[in-house]
Design a protein around this ligand. Sequence first.
Ligand SMILES: C[S@@+](CC[C@H](N)C(=O)[O-])C[C@H]1O[C@@H](n2cnc3c(N)ncnc32)[C@H](O)[C@@H]1O
Length: 219
Amino acid sequence: MASNNSLSTMTKAYAKWAPFYDAVYARILRAGRLEAVRVALEAGRDILEVGVGTGLSLGDYPATHRVVGIDLSKAMLDRAAEKNRNGNLTAVTGLAVMDACRLGFKDQAFDAVVAQYVITLVPDAEGALDEFVRVLKPGGEIVLVNHLGTAGGPIAALEGLVAPLAKKVGWSSEFKLARIAAWAARAGFEVASVKRVAPVGFFTVIRLTDRRAAQEIAA
Ligand SMILES: C[S@@+](CC[C@H](N)C(=O)[O-])C[C@H]1O[C@@H](n2cnc3c(N)ncnc32)[C@H](O)[C@@H]1O
């Protein structure tokens, strides 16, 4: 579990980012955001967005679905609440300050848990993923979008170029897909798809599906 110190460092960093976040990141993160929402909508009606930030994605969910957004940073979440008041965010049923590793929801509450550009920021990423599983209904899906470190090639070169901007929001190229795959294998989840999205494949959308029931039957 993350120390109070690391959570407070994160909260302070995003309190500074909140006023400028949309202007700097909305366009860069757009392709990953749309793909993550598209995948999550297929999983079912009840969706939890962890680290929802300023709520850039919330307008992408249709009224046929119900979305709850949580974030560690009240400053970021205040912007999401403002969008909810001013806009037409028909799917949003709640916004709350919360830590990804300590979700205040009952077990098996959601069809999908989405975390966009968040999981590599959580010191105990596996603890957060375990908590996502706790609140997922059986057969539910986890959808992650993030920049993940690559071994070489043009994307690795791009990592170097955008490293200063990425570092400012806490993304690290140290976090690799293998870490998520290892967690999935332990937790009974399957890495069902891995899709690189714009800009130039810099971000990756990962869909994790619950295989626990199928594995029990096979055993
Ligand atoms: C890069 S921003 C992404 C925001 C939003 N998902 C988006 O796509 O624009 C990362 C967000 O994760 C939140 N965050 C970081 N650690 C968290 C944690 N342990 N629990 C919940 N939210 C967290 C930050 O406060 C911030 O709002």
